[in-house]
Design a protein around this ligand. Structure first.
Ligand code: AMP
Length: 185
């Protein structure tokens, strides 16, 4: 499913670059301006819906917090369930956790143990899950989230991002398909 160059440009133009946030040397990709732009947001969601409509997915899993926005909107369009992959300590029921490395130290993501059904099973087979986030940088966060989905018995079939920072080669961490709408050099 290809995205026309003009549509790609509409989405790209709606994202704001914030230099030196949250620290010097980082160019933060601000998607609040995309969300506030109905044409850009709809262009993006039309494309994602077309790409995933016939895939037979059972769930979308979105990464805390911007992955919730795109992931939940896509789940609603596809008529399937949405599962939040949350930062540690936010989910109220029994959770399964996965640690991942940051530049200094580590962080942890969690899902409810039954988020994709008992043992992650849907109609007697592992639930097919699409992982969604706004951006892939090193890929560490998404790798942990994908591991978590598989750990509770479901099957993470693809990871999907609005943006991919190509120079960090985050996709190399994954054996499963990785899709990005916009590739940033
Ligand atoms: P990583 O684990 O290195 O792939 O980092 C991905 C996570 O950090 C995603 O949840 C992004 O929302 C966030 N992130 C990393 N770099 C940026 C950036 N330059 N602009 C906006 N968000 C970023």
């Amino acid at each position: 499913m290809t995205l026309a160059p003009e549509a790609k440009q509409t989405i790209l133009d709606s994202i704001r670059d914030i230099p030196d946030f949250p620290k010097p040397g980082i160019v933060f990709k601000d998607i609040t301006t995309l969300l506030a732009n109905p044409k850009a947001f709809q262009t993006l969601m039309d494309h994602l819906e077309a790409r995933y409509r016939e895939r037979g997915l059972d769930y979308i899993a979105g990464i805390d917090a911007r992955g919730f926005i795109f992931g939940a909107a896509l789940a609603d369009r596809l008529g399937i369930g949405f599962v939040p992959v949350r930062k540690k300590g936010k989910l109220p029921y029994t959770t399964v956790a996965e640690k991942y490395s940051l530049e200094y130290g580590f962080d942890e993501v969690e899902v409810h143990i039954d988020a994709f059904g008992e043992n992650g099973q849907c109609n007697g087979k592992p639930a097919e899950v699409l992982l969604v986030d706004d951006l892939i940088a090193t890929g560490g966060t998404a790798e942990a989230a994908a591991n978590l989905i598989n750990k509770v018995g479901a099957n993470c079939v693809e990871a999907c991002f609005v943006m991919e920072l190509m120079f960090l080669k985050g996709r190399e961490k994954f054996e499963m398909p990785v899709y990005s709408v916009l590739q940033i050099d």
